[in-house]
Design a binder for this molecule. Sequence first.
Ligand SMILES: [Zn+2]
Length: 278
Amino acid sequence: MNLPCKGSIIVCLVLLLAPFERRLEGEESPSAIVPGSVVRWSADEIERCGKGGHRWAPLGDACLFPISLTERGSVRVAIRRSGVWKEISLKIGAYPYPVQRLTIKDNSKVDLSSEDLARVRRENRKIGALWRQGGDRSFKLPLAPPLAKLPAGGRFGSQRIINGTPKSAHSGADFAALKGTPVKAVAGGVVKLAEEHFFAGNSVFIDHGDELVSMYFHLDEILVEEGQEVQAGEVVAKVGSTGRSTGPHLHLGFRWHGAKVDPALLLGPVEDLPEIGR
Ligand SMILES: [Zn+2]
């Protein structure tokens, strides 16, 4: 990369970001945004979409902005048209998801030993490297269903209290299914991880380009390998109950541009996403 400066990395960053910041026009959006949602800004001839220093290509005549479950306060999103950035500030609404109390019989999956804690940290570091790999978009919205018969997915965002201890919010959707039910890729992509994790059990992570990663957890069996290219609808695994799980189900999760978003929104019509730009 050709940097416009030499020496201090901070000076470099300021110089790189300055043109972007100068062209912004501040504006408040009218209504509060739900954490974990995806919002849509439609306009003619959008060239780029921007949020938090990241930019990406529009989807047709709209920029879609994933708003992470963990987002609080406000976020700024921007579109570029004819070389000019326009930015609006989105107010994040109150956390809308319920508290869920769960009992896990195997308490070693709740109060972790130091070895298990070290393992979880290692796994989290490995997973964290997947979110921002970029690459060309290889998916269309809505995404393909991960199960042939898709029941209503549940519990996205629920604040979990497991065996009486508050844990992090549930960042995917759980779909009830029988053990052995085929699990299908929601879009074409490349398998980035296919291995057993402490909490998620047998897990598959697929990179679909445009910083979208789909995750399939608690699998009974993994049928793909790391580095393998898959097509939308291809069977990649079988439903199970491995890891910290209370029974056979598919846990489906997404990260898009680093944000944890409700899977139901990417599996449903794009037109249903709230419009913020008009
Ligand atoms: Zn789950």
